[in-house]
Design a protein around this ligand. Structure first.
Ligand SMILES: *Cc1c(COP(=O)(O)O)cnc(C)c1O
Length: 384
């Protein structure tokens, strides 16, 4: 089976991890700061805080922005459940803004209309979370302007988007957001096995994120509420978590990040092959707005009405031909847990229609020419 995504682990990666494993620190060692510096450099941002997963990064990002009971967070339904679950961890309520029919990220026209209505009923969100689906950046300048007008904070879920850029600047540089979050799960573009990073330009947010990652503890006398008892002294000043990443994972991340530019280029080369080879099929190919350069985590195609089979049949037939196509995402609010919270089908019709038609084709840096030809041939057999 040719999977829809796959990690690339080289001997250099293995050596980097083994060297760290035999060193003095296997957690909270120097590799974490090195990994954070690499991310900060790549993203052209001042602060990067590495944690155990993107889910953890989202959770502490929301906490750092004081999201709590009585507050509202809005996000896209076309995301992994973690984006909104992390708001529920904070005791906040969530709602979903429908997606754009061409880019599959949060539709900012819909967002603006919802904000106008919410301003009248004083039900504005405290935090809005755009999800850079498939690696494609949301229009952050416009979103940032809406944030200024309506007074909400912005956390970018860029789990799919490392290596991408928006108006020439790297995703993660937080020019139009408070915090940006990346995932380093193996199916994503770069991996640390499990891992996440939050980036920010705000030094106070960086301090809070760092404390929340490790139990809410500080060793900085300026942050302490009481008097130091001596050199061993630390204080817990908020309720944090153990969301630390290990030095082993960070060593893998540093090694992987050295290949990021190659990965992005390889993904775009494969995108161009698909774009040409699938152009005559009854599918909608991924649109790339020119204000951004996608990280291209995914290559989503949507079956048009005139396709000879529906998505369920196409999925089964492609899987039978050895193509590990996937379907993502099930609109979050359709999950039974969210139904229990009162969400109903019909909330976001564009996301629901997208979900009914969507197939993610194999897309990863080391997808070979031969494998890609197999995918293309199978697509023609099933949909031609
Ligand atoms: C993968 C993913 C997450 C969660 O990432 P983890 O590192 O597995 O916690 C969150 N949001 C999106 C959009 C993702 O794709």
């Amino acid at each position: 089976m040719i999977p829809y995504g796959r990690q690339d682990i080289t001997q250099t990666d293995v050596d980097a991890v083994c060297e760290t494993l035999l060193g003095d620190f296997i957690t909270q060692g120097p590799k974490i700061a090195e990994f954070e510096n690499v991310i900060a450099d790549t993203c052209d941002v001042t602060h990067a805080i590495a944690v155990s997963s993107a889910t953890a990064a989202l959770h502490i990002a929301y906490l750092a922005l004081d999201l709590g009971p009585g507050d509202l967070l809005w996000t896209s339904p076309n995301t992994f459940v973690a984006t909104s679950n992390a708001a529920l961890y904070c005791g906040a309520s969530v709602d979903f803004i429908d997606i754009d029919p061409d880019t599959y990220v949060m539709c900012l026209d819909t967002l603006e209309a919802r904000l106008k209505a919410a301003a009248k009923t004083r039900a504005l969100p405290k935090v809005v979370v755009p999800v850079h689906f498939a690696g494609q950046s949301c229009d952050m300048e416009r979103l940032g302007a809406l944030a200024d007008t309506y007074g909400f904070r912005v956390v970018e879920d860029a789990s799919h988007a490392i290596g991408g850029s928006y108006r020439g600047a790297p995703v993660g540089n937080c020019a139009h957001s408070d915090i940006c979050v990346f995932s380093f799960h193996p199916v994503k573009i770069v991996t640390t096995a499990e891992g996440g990073v939050a980036t920010t330009r705000d030094p106070d947010l960086a301090t809070r994120l760092t404390e929340l990652r490790s139990h809410g503890i500080t060793r900085d006398p300026a942050r302490m509420l009481g008097q130091s008892h001596g050199p061993w002294y630390y204080e817990q000043i908020s309720l944090g978590y153990n969301y630390r990443i290990t030095d082993l994972q960070a060593a893998l991340g540093v090694s992987q990040m050295s290949r990021l530019a190659d990965y992005t280029a390889a993904r775009h080369a494969r995108r161009k092959v698909y774009d040409q080879a699938l152009a005559d099929l009854p599918v909608k190919l991924p649109h790339q707005p020119n204000f951004q350069h996608s990280g291209l985590h995914l290559y989503p195609v949507l079956l048009r009405d005139e396709a000879p089979v529906n998505r369920e049949v196409a999925f089964d037939q492609l899987r039978a031909l050895g193509i590990g196509v996937n379907v993502l995402y099930i609109p979050v609010y359709l999950q039974p847990y969210y139904a229990k919270l009162g969400f109903e089908a019909g909330l976001c019709p564009v996301a629901e229609d997208y979900y009914a038609r969507m197939l993610a084709l194999p897309m990863y840096a080391k997808l070979t020419e031969e494998e890609q030809s197999t995918v293309v041939a199978a697509m023609h057999r099933v949909l031609g």
